[in-house]
Design a protein around this ligand. Structure first.
Ligand SMILES: Cc1cc2nc3c(=O)[nH]c(=O)nc-3n(C[C@H](O)[C@H](O)[C@H](O)COP(=O)(O)OP(=O)(O)OC[C@H]3O[C@@H](n4cnc5c(N)ncnc54)[C@H](O)[C@@H]3O)c2cc1C
Length: 348
């Protein structure tokens, strides 16, 4: 097996993300099931490739009556399996540092995993190369994919079949096939904050996330919350801001994010948007944000109506794209489906 990548090392969405593998909140049905399977594979990968899971679980923190109602409704669905709702007092007993008077309740999920993507993705690649016999042809653009030959910027590669995973490049390979899915490029702003001096009990999200994630937002109980947030946090919604906070081994926090859609995205972070993210951090945790240590942007290919797709431009070629911004959470299970689609069986 050979992986062809035009970068010397992973530098796209897969290392710019939160490293949060989340099932809770993924779209009900196939996406949620994929996310649970993907969590299980991440656990296996961590053991085999030798990297740590830095955090486990999610706290979805509700500070409005309407968001509390969404959490209650969610917990009663099959997606709430294993989750529990903590009162403010119970949450405070677990982590007093982040539970202020505005918190109404917390949905605690045990399912989520958090890894440090920028360290883990290279580690997985090294494990694949050293232990699984996978070859990596780096700094090489795939120019034409027609098995049994793939033309690259460094010459021909022989391959009986190919899976094209172009990230957010919708123009280079099979553009006419990709165009059918009417994708946009989504730009996200991200921040790393200094260690706040205590450990988070889990990854954190807040009310805005209940509209962002289809597993919650598709519940009819989310309508009153949407109406209220459209009045109270209109600018956050306009910029696609919601809150995720995860913690790294050194205590620092990765905090985001925003979502802006278009064909071509500039590479500039806007202070105004960072401010909205940090305001939500303060509203959710009751704390002033620690000092900003890093800022970056990431992009992914986004669809308005599907979280992923497999397209078959030829019998032995598949285009596989996660288009819902959830590749870390659903990608491994999706990869299994792609292999079954291509070969009619799972790989060993
Ligand atoms: C800021 C941010 C935060 C996110 N947070 C999360 C999260 O916490 N949890 C989650 O589940 N998901 C998250 N996501 C989404 C997730 O990261 C993506 O869905 C996933 O990483 C996409 O993986 P990919 O391999 O398709 O794309 P990428 O990681 O972008 O990789 C694509 C690769 O293909 C190469 N390539 C493209 N075309 C060619 C070509 N013709 N020839 C050679 N090489 C080529 C590129 O150079 C690149 O290396 C986030 C995304 C972003 C941007």
């Amino acid at each position: 097996m050979i992986v062809i990548d035009r970068d010397l090392r992973a530098n796209g969405a897969s290392v710019r993300n939160f490293g949060l593998i989340t099932a809770t909140g993924q779209e009900r049905g196939a996406s949620w099931t994929r996310a649970r399977r993907t969590c299980a594979i991440w656990e296996e990968m961590a053991e085999q490739a030798g990297f740590p899971i830095l955090q486990r679980g999610l706290w979805m923190m509700a500070r409005r009556q309407e968001s509390h109602a969404v959490l209650e409704a969610f917990a009663k669905t099959e997606m709430g399996e294993g989750c529990e709702i903590l009162s403010r007092a119970a949450a405070r007993a677990c982590c007093g540092e982040i539970v202020n008077e505005s918190v109404k309740a917390v949905l605690r999920s045990p399912m989520e995993l958090r890894v440090e993507s920028r360290q883990v993705i290279p580690k997985i690649a090294a494990w694949l190369a050293e232990r699984q016999g996978v070859m990596f042809l780096r700094e090489s653009a795939a120019l034409c994919v027609e098995p049994p030959r793939i033309k690259t910027s460094r010459g021909m590669v022989a391959a009986g079949a190919a899976v094209v995973c172009p990230g957010d490049d919708m123009a280079s390979l099979f553009p006419e096939h990709i165009a059918k899915y009417q994708l946009a490029r989504c730009k996200l702003q991200m921040l790393r904050l200094a260690d706040p001096g205590f450990r988070l009990p889990a990854a954190l999200m807040s009310d805005l996330g209940l509209l962002r994630y289809a597993g919650y937002s598709a519940l009819c109980e989310s309508a009153p919350l949407r109406a209220r947030l459209e009045v109270e946090q209109a600018e956050h919604l306009k910029q696609g801001v919601h809150l995720i906070v995860v913690q790294s081994a050194d205590g620092s926090l990765v905090v985001g994010d925003s979502h802006q859609y278009g064909a071509t995205q500039d590479c500039f972070s806007q202070q105004h948007i960072d401010r909205l993210i940090l305001d939500e951090f303060t509203a959710a945790t009751g704390r002033a944000p620690p000092e900003v240590r890093e800022r970056w942007i990431g992009t992914y290919a986004a669809s308005a109506d599907r979280t992923m797709f497999i397209d078959a431009p030829a019998l032995n070629v598949r285009i596989a794209m996660v288009t819902g911004g959830s590749g870390a959470s659903t990608g491994f299970a999706f990869g299994e489906e792609v292999i079954v689609d291509l070969f009619g069986r799972s790989s060993s």
